[in-house]
Structure formats: C-alpha cells, structure tokens
Design a binder for this molecule. Structure first.
Ligand SMILES: *[C@@H]1O[C@H](CO)[C@@H](O)[C@H](O)[C@H]1NC(C)=O
Ligand SMILES: *[C@@H]1O[C@H](CO)[C@@H](O)[C@H](O)[C@H]1NC(C)=O
Ligand SMILES: *[C@@H]1O[C@H](CO)[C@@H](O)[C@H](O)[C@H]1NC(C)=O
Ligand SMILES: *[C@@H]1O[C@H](CO)[C@@H](O)[C@H](O)[C@H]1NC(C)=O
Ligand SMILES: *[C@@H]1O[C@H](CO)[C@@H](O)[C@H](O)[C@H]1NC(C)=O
Ligand SMILES: *[C@@H]1O[C@H](CO)[C@@H](O)[C@H](O)[C@H]1NC(C)=O
Ligand SMILES: *[C@@H]1O[C@H](CO)[C@@H](O)[C@H](O)[C@H]1NC(C)=O
Ligand SMILES: *[C@@H]1O[C@H](CO)[C@@H](O)[C@H](O)[C@H]1NC(C)=O
Ligand SMILES: [Cu+2]
Length: 563
C-alpha cells in the first residue's frame, strides 16, 4: 500500500511513462511586457519570451511537454493549451478561475501535458482577461515517431497566425466596455504572423513574406488567434487543399478560400504551381450579426516565388467573399469530412444516453441608474440556456475537488427553461433579459453525449464559434432555423463527420455534436468571440470520475497557484 501522500507523484509518473516512444520537451515561458511598433505607433504588449506572436512548440503525438510559466508582467496570467485534451489532468488546462487561480505577477506555475489523440496543428494562448490578443502561438503535433502524414510529405511547413491588433491597451478593453455596457472598441487591424500588411499605414515594410519554390507543396498551419471576428482567407490564383481541422485530419478538400473562426486551426496544402511571381494572401471579416459593428479592414501577406522574373507592378489580391456572405461560409462548412480511415477512424458515438439542448443568445439588460450605450439604452449580456456565466473568485476545479461550497452550482439546465421560436423575427422584448450563475452540468463518466447548440435571434443572430475544453467532438449535423428533433437526426452524418474542438454555430441555425465523456474534470465550454465570452457566453461540464484509478482525475500539482 502506497502512503496517500506519494500517490500524486505516482499517478503523474504513470501518466508520463505510458508511451515508451514519446519524448519529453521542456520549455520556459516568461510572460512580460515588450514594446512593439505597429500602425505608426509603439506600445507595450504582453508577450512570451519577448516574442509576438509567441514561440512555436514542435512535438510528436505521444510526446510530453513540461512548461514553466513565469509571470513577469503586471497582469494576472494563465495559459490554455487549446486543443490539447489534458486527459485526466484538468489542472493544466488553464482557464482562469475555472481550472486554476491565475499566476499572479512575480509567480510561476508549471504546466504538464501529453499529446494523446491530437495530431496536426493546435495552439496555445492566454486564458485570462483579453491577454490572448498578443499572448499566443502555434503547437505543431507531428505524427507519432515512425509514422507518416496521411498525405504526401510536404516540402516545407509555414505557420500562419491570424491575429487582431488594437492601438489602445488591450487589457483595458473589457473593463471599459463593462462600464458603458456597450460594444468593446473595434480593432484597428487584422494581422498575419503579427503583421497587418500593405493595406494599413506604416505597415508595408514589415509585411510577412513566404518564399516558395515552383513545383513544391507547402503545409500551411493556419490558426485564428483573432479575438472578435470570423475571417475569410485566400491566396491569389492558388487553390488550397484543406487536410486537417483542430488537430484531426480531414478528407482533402479543394477550395478557393477558407472561413476560419476564432479558436479554430486548419492544415492546408498549398501547391506552388502558378507562374513564378508575387501574389497576395489576404484575410478579412465574415460578419453576419445584423447591425453589429466590425473591423472591416483587410490583412495581407506576400507569397513570393524564388527565381528571376519581372516583378509585377502590384501583386494580385485574392477575391474574398462579401463580409455578410453566410452562403460562402456554409458552402465551405458543408464540405468538411473527417478522414475516417483505418489509421484515423471516426469514433462517433452511435448510441446516445445523454441528450442535451442549449440555446446560445446575446441579451440586453436594464441599467440600474443610468442609460447604457448598448441598444435601447441597455447593456449587453449573453447566455447559454438563459444563464449568463458569472466568473467566481476561486477556481471551480479546486472547489469541486476539495468539496468547497458556494463557488459553483451543479444544476446547469439540460434544456432551455422556456420554449420559444428561437430563430423567430421580432421576438418579444421580455426574452432579452437573462439569469446569472456559475453553473456546471454534471456528466457521468463515459456518458455518450449528443448536444444540440441552437443559435437564437433574441437580440441578434450571429455565427458563434463554440469551443469545448478537454475534448474534441464530432459535428454530426447542422442547419438553419430551429432544430427539428423529428426530421433533422435522419440527416446526420455518422460516418465521417468533421472532428473539431471549435465549431461555428451558423447565424440563426443549429449544430449537433457528439462526444463520449471519458475525460473526468471540470471543462469550460464558451463562445470564442471574446466579447461574447466577456458578456457571459460560457458554461461548465463537470465530468465525474470513473470506477477505476485509470479513469479518474490525477491529483492537483503542488505548485497550483493560490487565489
Ligand atoms: C461590470 O459591471 C457590472 C455593473 O455595472 C458589475 O456588477 C460587474 O462586476 C462588472 N464586471 C466586471 C467583470 O467588471
Ligand atoms: C468600413 O467601415 C467604415 C466605417 O463604418 C466605412 O467608412 C468604410 O467605408 C468601410 N469600408 C469598407 C471597405 O467597407
Ligand atoms: C449583404 O450586404 C449587402 C450590401 O450591404 C446586401 O445587399 C445583402 O442583402 C446582404 N446579404 C445578406 C445575406 O444579408
Ligand atoms: C427593464 O426596463 C423596462 C423599461 O423601464 C421595464 O419595463 C422592464 O420591466 C425592466 N425589466 C427588468 C427585468 O427589470
Ligand atoms: C419562427 O420564426 C420564423 C422567422 O420569423 C418563421 O419563419 C417561422 O414560421 C416561425 N416558426 C414557428 C413555429 O412559429
Ligand atoms: C431568462 O431569465 C430571465 C430572468 O429570470 C427572464 O426574465 C427571461 O424571461 C428568461 N428568458 C428565457 C428565454 O428563458
Ligand atoms: C465506455 O463505453 C463504451 C461504449 O459503451 C465501452 O465500450 C467502454 O468499455 C466504456 N469504457 C469504460 C471505461 O467504461
Ligand atoms: C489577480 O488574481 C488574484 C487572485 O485571484 C485576485 O485577488 C486579484 O484581484 C487579481 N487581479 C486582477 C487585477 O484581476
Ligand atoms: Cu458568440
């Protein structure tokens, strides 16, 4: 019998040596404030190791990663490993006040994780305040050592990080918006690998360039670290072949453009098969919420063929769909299929024991003593099943683990409290209001879950990128209007549905996702549009332990930050 006090080390040790072929990577992340010049002015931004975008982690499936994070900034910080399943180890997941207290200035915390089923491109970002605007980077997960890509090996790979830049101090945006109750201020630019590109003032010189050889194929590892908008992205004269989303392979999909939401990652093959020259790649907003303001600027980078040729007077730009082109967005989404091969099977749960139905709404609240600057003189809020998430002052995971009362409640509703025409026009004003709470929905270990995410038109419909921590899920169906439980399930794709960790729920539409709740812990699910998350579009799953030690959460690490 092992004395109880040693058990945490043993459990983690077992976790770490489980795969004899894996390697352990050690990294140090120092979060600090560093000066960066963009759009004609210099300001201090939060960075990791002074870099913006932050360092790229390169690992193989089956590897382990140990990262010491030192906070040398003036803000509380946590880091989330976006797309990493964190099997049995929610302590390294990162969202502040959900799975840990923040790392306070001057302190440090060591994150530990294993790459188990994820393969392809995922990423990491701060999960505290709006820090992720500049604190983010790519995680490249190569196939297991000795294994290959399910497509011909590309000649080279190029991370493409889509971002968003504000001239003002990003960390002050949510607080300022909360004072007025209105929209957070719009960004001043989008960026490709940290650079706005030729269409913005003072930005031509830094424009990101990738040099290619004619005849070769390149793997673009695209992530959207954008805060508040979905983007269309394309490369002039070149077709793209999508081969992966969110760390899972897809059937090759040839396309002129992609639509990528905040939180998503996409692996895209680019064949350098056009006349050697210079071409632009570009991205701009897909914005479907009627009446909502958005940054309508366009970021660009250069694709340059090696060799000698007369440089074009002005490299061509790709055509991008109109800002409000929901049709273009869904034309792309409609074609997504997981690879579903012998080596990469689609393990879609076929028998469902837990049916959940969540409405996703943008709300409006009365202001107590002054008019607010939101519509109708009210303040913005948002909710899932009419509960606007309230961030607690200590983390829910420790409260659950140690049985501390008063931090959260375990009664998140399994269906909306009120039925109405979710996507109807001119909904009654009494639907605008929402309730509040820090609520978790409890799932039995290994439950087989189907969740319908139903967008609503309560204030306005939008394309909501919903991200689930601790899991990937299969997107078995989607559509516009209200989900119809009699008709829609018969059209599900249970054979090769895309596997994702962030899914865009179409404007005034719905998405059906399935997953098996085989990862115990407390897991956040939220809209990855930062303004919606700030307004409360989040909820928690609390997945219970299984019956055996290998189906239970590991113990908390000794250096877990305190509140
Ligand atoms: C936002 O403002 C409301 C009321 O004006 C206040 O109750 C709440 O604590 C504020 N939230 C944050 C995160 O500052
Ligand atoms: C972008 O929005 C601004 C402000 O609303 C407007 O003046 C401008 O014409 C728009 N530009 C484009 C390209 O739509
Ligand atoms: C998109 O905007 C254009 C012009 O602003 C408008 O004519 C069109 O109806 C809009 N399309 C959709 C699908 O909302
Ligand atoms: C909000 O204010 C309106 C107008 O003053 C009032 O009719 C309504 O009852 C209020 N709603 C709530 C939930 O307080
Ligand atoms: C819901 O609202 C939509 C849009 O206004 C309408 O087309 C539809 O008929 C309504 N459905 C029901 C059941 O009332
Ligand atoms: C949401 O909750 C609020 C506050 O309890 C209530 O006024 C509102 O009618 C509810 N809306 C829905 C759609 O259930
Ligand atoms: C989880 O459920 C699946 C399907 O019913 C079953 O095959 C598997 O053995 C279960 N796992 C555990 C650990 O109970
Ligand atoms: C930083 O975190 C600590 C611990 O949770 C908290 O007391 C403090 O208010 C936080 N600081 C800010 C600026 O949010
Ligand atoms: Cu949203």
């Amino acid at each position: 019998m092992v004395p109880k006090i040693f058990a945490p080390f043993l459990v983690f040790h077992v976790l770490l040596i489980a795969n004899a072929y894996g390697k352990t990577h050690h990294h140090t992340f120092v979060v600090k404030s560093s000066p960066y010049t963009r759009l004609c002015s210099t300001k201090n931004i939060l960075t990791v190791n002074g870099k913006f975008p932050g360092p790229t982690l390169k690992v193989h499936r089956g590897d382990k990663v140990i990262i010491k994070v030192y906070n040398k900034a003036k803000h509380n910080i946590t880091i989330h490993w976006h797309g990493v399943r964190q099997k049995r180890n929610p302590w390294s997941d990162g969202p502040e006040y959900i799975t840990q207290c923040p790392i306070q200035p001057g302190n440090k915390y060591t994150y530990k994780f294993e790459l188990t089923t994820e393969e392809g491109t995922i990423w990491w970002h701060a999960h505290s305040g709006w820090a992720r605007a500049t604190v983010h980077g790519v995680i490249i997960v190569y196939p297991r050592r000795g294994h290959h890509y399910p497509f011909p090996k590309p000649y080279a790979e190029v991370p493409i990080i889509l971002g968003e830049w504000w001239k003002k101090e990003v960390m002050e945006i949510p607080g300022n918006a909360n004072v007025t109750g209105g929209e957070p201020i719009l960004s001043d630019a989008y960026t490709i690998n940290g650079q706005p590109g030729v269409l913005y003032p003072c930005s031509k010189k830094g424009t990101f360039r990738v040099t290619v050889d004619y005849g070769k194929t390149y793997l673009l590892r695209i992530i959207s670290a954008v805060m508040d908008e979905d983007l269309f992205f394309a490369i002039s004269q070149h077709k793209l072949t999508l081969v992966g989303t969110d760390g899972s392979y897809t059937k090759p999909l040839k396309t002129e453009y992609i639509m990528i939401t905040p939180g998503q990652s996409m692996d895209v093959l680019l064949e350098a098969n056009q006349p050697p020259s210079l071409y632009h790649m570009a991205a701009r907003s897909y914005s479907s919420a009627k009446g909502a303001g958005f940054d309508n600027t366009t970021t660009a980078a250069i694709l340059k063929y090696r060799g000698s040729y007369p440089p074009p007077p002005s490299p061509s730009f790709p055509p991008l769909p109109p800002y409000n082109a929901t049709q273009a967005s869904t034309d792309f989404m409609r074609q997504l299929r997981s690879l579903a091969s012998k080596h990469h099977p689609a393990k879609v749960p076929l028998e469902i024991d837990t049916h959940l139905f969540f409405t996703i709404s943008v709300n409006l609240l009365n202001c107590s003593n002054k008019p607010c600057t939101g519509p109708l003189g009210k303040r913005f809020s948002s909710s899932i099943n009419n509960i606007s998430f309230v961030t607690p002052s200590m983390d829910v995971l420790q409260a659950y683990y140690y049985g501390i009362h008063g931090v959260f409640e375990d009664d998140f509703p399994r269906k909306p409290p009120k039925k109405f025409n979710y996507t109807g026009d001119n909904l009654p004003e009494n639907l605008l209001n929402t309730a509040f709470g820090t609520k978790a929905l409890v799932l039995e270990y290994n439950a087989s879950v189907e969740l319908i995410l139903q967008g609503t038109n309560v204030l306005v419909g939008d394309n909501h990128p919903i991200h689930l921590h601790g899991y990937s899920f299969h997107v078995v169906g989607w559509g516009f209007g209200n989900f119809d439980p009699r008709k829609d399930p018969s059209r599900y794709n249970l054979v090769d549905p895309p596997e994702e960790t962030t899914v865009g729920v179409p404007n005034n539409g719905w998405v059906a996702i399935r997953f098996r709740a085989d990862n115990p812990g407390v897991w956040l699910m939220h809209c990855h549009l930062e303004r919606h998350q700030s307004w409360g579009m989040s909820m928690l799953f609390l997945v219970k332990n299984g019956a055996t030690p290998s189906t239970q959460m590991v113990r908390p690490p000794l250096d877990l930050p305190k509140c």
